[in-house]
Write a protein that binds this ligand. Sequence first.
Ligand code: UD1
Length: 418
Amino acid sequence: MQKLIINGGKRLGGEIRIQGAKNAALPIIAACTLCGGEIILHNCPRISDVYSAMRILTYLGCKVGFEDKNHLSVKAENISVNDIPDELMREMRSSVFFLGAVLGRTGKCRITLPGGCDLGPRPIDMHISALRKMGVTIREEFGVLDCTAEKGLRGAKINLSFPSVGTTENIMLAAVLAEGTTVIQNAAREPEISDLAGFLNSCGAKISGAGCGRIVINGVEKLHSCEYTIMPDRIVCATYLSCAAAAGGELVVSGCRPADMESIMNVFEQMGCIVHSAADKIYFSADHPLKAVAPIRTMVFPGFPTDAQAVLMAALCKAKGTSVFVENIFENRFKHVGELCRMGADILVEGKVAVIEGVERLYGAKVCAADLRGGAGLVTAALSAEGVSEISDIHYIDRGYEEIEKVLSSIGAGIARE
Ligand code: UD1
């Protein structure tokens, strides 16, 4: 079992480059199964969720591999099977994207329910009902979904009751090669949706409106090869800024998209951090004490993202005053709170509300990651704690962060993997 050992209390300083976005890379990698020719994805993060997606591609009969550092090559000329075994489905939630993609390519797909971080119930009822509207017959038995589009997939008008990110993406994947036009109303507007559309359009798809609440997909006959650069990860960016806020210091973050991060920047400014952005760079500086902020409610984009809740909460543990988070997206997303309290934080959770009373200091402790972003929150807090922390179960962190210890060491953090 690997651990992160963090010697806290060191000011951070320097420049880092932001990795490609996990939540864009995963649906795009699944989308490669829709294309006949070779796909080259630049800026693809080397994280364990990407390796899980690569294992699914290999199982399906594709050739996939990193050419060098972050360039992933996928050749999906032949898809030899259309079932995905349970052990591969369970590795991550995003395995569900292969449902729309494999159905789109072969008209059939057999999967079990996807795994992923336990953030409370994560049903896929909206994915299923949208695919049914597109002509897919779905039989559900003992956790297995047997899906067939006997007469082929056909375009449909789909109104989402909630702008679910994964559902929007799965419909897009199923719709690009479907017959006719698909319209998604109340679609999710996260930047990663636009990145998926950008990739598919580069392969010859006809998608308009991504990033708005109404997406229109005109089905095409086939998709072709392309090279595409995956967008930067806004949550990873928020994480490293939270680390600098918590530990204090000056950071230049390059290769990011500040416009995607306004709701997060606004919180850092309330904390008293200085944030300037220019083109693809953020210039950030934080001096203590930080200030508590107005209540933060997690919402769909462009609201404050649920994925940034844990890292910002960690940065606020020592902010002067009381801060409040209201978690509106997932039911069970405060699992880091107990561990932050072990480090001396004063946080009370009641239902979907967490109240943080700023404390003078945090202390190093032995803590355990329970999910991806919660784990990153523990790293953030440990960097601002006095003494040594030991974080276990870091396989959660590795799902979304590329060599987190190397990035943080490069800006002066006392962190090592053991
Ligand atoms: C995606 C992100 C995840 C992020 C989340 C919210 C990826 C790979 N993951 O997850 O990091 O935290 O968006 O921004 O992009 N729901 C249903 N039925 C469904 C689908 C969703 O009830 O069929 C509910 C979920 O349980 C949750 C809410 O809708 O409460 C939001 O889920 P959704 O937007 O679909 O998130 P994911 O795509 O799972």
